[in-house]
Write a protein that binds this ligand. Structure first.
Ligand code: SF4
Length: 357
């Protein structure tokens, strides 16, 4: 962890006892203008990120769309396809995840796919318009015998002319360099949530483990894909804490997936969010706010509307694009949960005048 990140962990931890979720309207102070302009290289304190969350909705969306247009084509969206190359049986205890071996979710364990089958899926994704192909494996982290075939997959998918991305769990020293040499463009490793809420979600790896893997990825020269999940029962302050962490990385992640919790029966978070003592999940406005704050604080990053999109109607997805989302997962299945049909996505893009990047 770099010193800036360390300082933020400290700041966020000490802020954890402060009042949570308070809503107050305010305008962006003039003194922040430079902050927004220089956001890609400047740390974002928690209180400033919270203040963005607390803006009136229309002011927030206007700011986000303005920042978006300064740095991106407002009518282009990048398409990624995600393939689960090794499914289920994971030793970790992430409370949202149907692939954790300890939860009974009906997910069938599957061995690592053959390289040829992965390449065939990547060809299909490319035919359907994807520019990036992401390969996800349900591991705590890859052993060398696991990594070797994945390196072959990366080489062959890259040779198709696609950008390559992997999400394989925690990386040990030297593994990121091997992936880089094979041609990996992006490595996904999410922070999941703020340090203040993290212990409610995962206990088998700590926040520092995640930051260490991200440092290894960054150090190898691979682009960083790092985001989190909202709607897990966290407070607005926790959501702001997640964004403050991400936005304060130097450099900021090139890709920032914002996921909306997909509640899968059998996972602890399903019980928490759907059982008799259910905590209310966030509504669509709060999700759109999270996208908008990510856009303002990370102006050059691609903000990806990720898991949970199938639960959103077209209007909510359109609001997310207006708030600065400019990347989606595209394809039938998102690891083990559903994703909108390709035909539905094409129809929505047509209505909105959006074209793939
Ligand atoms: S999110 Fe990843 S590390 Fe956590 S249980 Fe699921 S597959 Fe394992």
């Amino acid at each position: 962890m770099n010193s800036t990140t360390a300082a933020f962990v400290s700041t966020l931890t000490s802020a954890s006892t402060e009042a949570r979720g308070e809503t107050k309207a305010m305008a962006i102070p003039n003194s922040w203008k430079g902050k927004i302009d220089a956001a890609a290289t400047t740390a974002w304190p928690l209180d400033q990120v919270e203040a963005l969350f607390n803006l009136p909705f229309n002011d927030l969306i206007h700011q986000a769309q303005s920042v978006h247009r300064e740095h991106h084509d407002a009518n282009k969206v990048q398409l990624s396809t995600l393939l689960s190359i090794k499914t289920g049986g994971c030793s970790e205890d992430c409370g949202y995840c149907p692939q954790a071996a300890r939860y009974s979710t009906g997910v069938e364990n599957e061995a690592l796919m053959e390289v040829a089958d992965v390449v065939a899926a990547a060809k299909l994704a490319k035919q359907n318009g994807a520019s990036r192909f992401c390969m996800g494996a349900a591991w705590r982290g890859p052993k060398q015998r696991d990594l070797d075939p994945v390196l072959d997959m990366v080489r062959e998918v890259k040779a198709l002319g696609l950008e390559t991305c992997c999400t394989l769990g925690m990386l040990k020293d030297g593994q990121a360099e091997q992936l880089k040499s094979a041609g990996l463009d992006y490595y996904n490793h999410n922070l999941d949530t703020a340090p203040t809420f993290y212990g409610e979600i995962v206990t088998t790896r700590d926040y520092q483990d995640r930051l260490d893997t991200l440092d290894r990825v960054r150090g190898s020269g691979i682009n960083v894909c790092c985001g989190g999940i909202v709607g897990m029962g966290e407070s607005r302050q926790d959501r702001a804490g997640l964004i403050a962490q991400l936005a304060s990385m130097e450099p900021q992640p090139e890709s920032v997936p914002i996921n909306y919790l997909v509640q899968v029966e059998g996972t602890p978070l399903y019980e928490k969010m759907s059982g008799p003592d259910a905590i209310n999940a966030i509504d669509w406005t709060e999700f759109v706010r999270t996208i908008a704050v990510a856009r303002i604080t990370m102006p050059r990053s691609f903000v990806r509307l990720s898991a949970g999109r199938e639960t959103m109607n077209e209007a909510t997805q359109a609001m997310c694009f207006l708030a600065g989302a400019n990347s989606i997962f595209y394809g039938e299945k998102l690891l083990t949960t559903g994703n909108p049909d390709v035909s539905n996505d094409r129809a929505l893009f047509e209505k909105l005048g959006i074209t793939p990047l």
